[in-house]
Design a protein around this ligand. Structure first.
Ligand SMILES: Nc1ncnc2c1ncn2[C@@H]1O[C@H](COP(=O)(O)OP(=O)(O)O)[C@@H](O)[C@H]1O
Ligand SMILES: [Mg+2]
Length: 245
């Protein structure tokens, strides 16, 4: 049974429809990637899942639970189960790495401080930053800051991690270390829905890929289908364009 089940999801900005009936599933421990041209609705889909942009139609199920985006309790629960990491990592500049990672679980969730810090230390080790607990963000590279942002998301113990172009703002030489971190998470069985333009990485890490255009799903399939034998002309055009530069 799918861990995340999205059925006919629609969303609009004002009167402009932006998601036009998206359906897709993500199984537990699966990595699914969204690809497609800029403006095709990939970020909006992630925002709609956590209810930042309210879906106008369709259903989202997480495990056995159907999300009700009009209910505050249901929204809280969906936000507990998913964490998003964005291109801009937005760390608190006046706080250490450890405090950045632990502030939400300690201050907002009121979880046990000692346990949260222990978990945070494990996560920082996992993202290769055990030596940086007491560093401030401006002492870190962009790649290191983005790995702190990933540790911060994981410290909330999400069932699903949503990654929206997390390497797009990084200098090219820093992209690899962040992709390595995501690869490790995939290997450890973290369920992820990823938006990325790093096509080599997407091909390697994803079990399935969803090609979107103009707010709709054009084609879904395993990487070999999408990249080597796409069924749709638009998929072929997109991957050819993005792989040729
Ligand atoms: N806050 C917003 N208000 C109005 N329109 C938006 C907003 N954010 C995105 N859009 C529009 O919604 C469409 C999908 O955008 P987006 O989800 O950001 O696409 P992608 O992430 O695939 O580049 C685009 O046409 C974009 O211009
Ligand atoms: Mg986007």
């Amino acid at each position: 049974m799918a861990h995340l089940e999205i059925d006919n999801l629609c969303a609009s900005y004002g009167n402009t429809p932006v998601l036009k009936g998206i359906s897709l599933d993500v199984e537990k421990s699966e990595v699914v990637s969204l690809i497609g041209p800029s403006g095709s609705g990939k970020s909006t889909l992630l925002r709609a899942l956590v209810g930042v942009t309210k879906p106008t139609e369709g259903t989202v199920r997480i495990g056995e639970t159907t999300v009700d985006y009009r209910s505050a309790a249901s929204l809280r629960s969906v936000r507990d189960s998913m964490a998003i990491v964005f291109q801009q990592y937005n760390l608190f500049q006046n706080m250490t790495v450890m405090d950045n990672v632990t502030i939400a679980p300690i201050k907002i969730k009121k979880w046990n401080k000692a346990e949260v810090r222990k978990h945070a230390a494990e996560l920082l080790e996992r993202v290769g930053l055990s030596a940086k607990h007491n560093a401030y963000p401006d002492e870190l590279s962009g790649g290191q800051q983005q790995r702190v942002a990933i540790a911060r998301a994981l410290c909330l113990r999400p069932q699903l991690l949503l990654l929206d172009e997390v390497t797009s703002a990084l200098d090219p030489e820093l992209v690899g270390e962040v992709l390595d971190t995501i690869r490790d998470l995939a290997r450890d069985g973290m369920t992820m829905l990823i938006v990325s333009h790093e096509m080599g990485f997407v091909r390697e890490v994803s079990s399935r890929i969803v090609m979107m255009d103009k707010g709709a799903v054009v084609e879904k399939g395993p990487p070999a289908q999408i990249f080597d034998a796409p069924e749709q002309e638009r998929t072929r055009d997109f991957t050819a364009r993005i792989l040729s530069h």
